[in-house]
Design a protein around this ligand. Structure first.
Ligand SMILES: [Zn+2]
Length: 223
């Protein structure tokens, strides 16, 4: 029996227990097509349960569309097989200053309510021996965003991977996003948004962090 009060508290506090997304051991035993078929079946039952006539032409395809969207688009980032290859290169040109990839699109979903989290990420790093193709950063952000998420965990997951492949702690991730579970239900606050920031290495120094913040600030002013 679930404790309904505790369930609401967990959701409204957006409480997360672990940096790893909690996955079942058998999470990927089924193929995508098998998952789509199952989800289609269950989503049809949800629609019927809320009272919709699924035989209506406009609604009959909805269970399939939702199932396909879950597996192939919104939550494709759950499956490690879909993780982008993060190939790096030797830092041959010896670029050792900050690189900032700005306004990376975030399309995610809150794991407590399955409602959209939309916004953007900024990623900064100071290369040592390795550099990474810019689009790989965008792809990695998208991969971790496309799963039921908690914004704090999203930032940590991206940070950990980039620190690993770049072989440096000098990485910073910030995400600013709007949570539809805050704006369209619960407190129904339309104007608020959430910023999370995590970093390591040189970014622990305020002067380095300020350099990053100045770059971001200028960009938002339209320079
Ligand atoms: Zn939520």
């Amino acid at each position: 029996m679930i404790d309904k009060k505790q369930v609401e508290i967990t959701g409204d506090n957006h409480f997360s227990t672990n940096i790893e997304t909690p996955l079942r051991a058998d999470a990927f035993n089924k193929t995508d097509d098998e998952k789509i078929e199952k989800i289609q079946h269950y989503f049809k039952m949800i629609m019927e349960e809320i009272g919709l006539d699924i035989t209506d032409d406009s609604l009959s395809g909805t269970p399939y569309r939702v199932a396909k969207m879950y597996v192939k688009e919104l939550f494709y980032g759950l499956n490690p097989a879909n993780k982008p290859k993060l190939s790096t290169f030797e830092n041959k040109y010896g670029y050792k200053k900050m690189l900032v990839e700005q306004y990376i699109n975030i399309d995610s979903a809150c794991e407590h309510h399955f409602l959209p989290i939309v916004g953007h990420a900024h990623v900064a790093y100071i290369p040592k021996d390795k550099v990474i193709g810019l689009s790989k950063i965008n792809r990695l952000v998208d991969y971790y965003a496309r799963r039921p998420q908690v914004q704090e965990r999203l930032v940590l997951q991206i940070l950990n991977d980039l620190q690993d492949v770049l072989e440096t702690k000098d990485v910073l991730i910030s995400v600013t996003a709007k949570h539809l579970c805050v704006s369209s239900r619960g407190i129904k606050d339309q104007s608020s948004f959430t910023t999370t920031l995590e970093y390591g290495g040189s970014f622990s120094k305020p002067e380095i962090r300020n350099e990053f913040l100045k770059i971001i600030e200028k960009e938002s002013l339209g320079f």
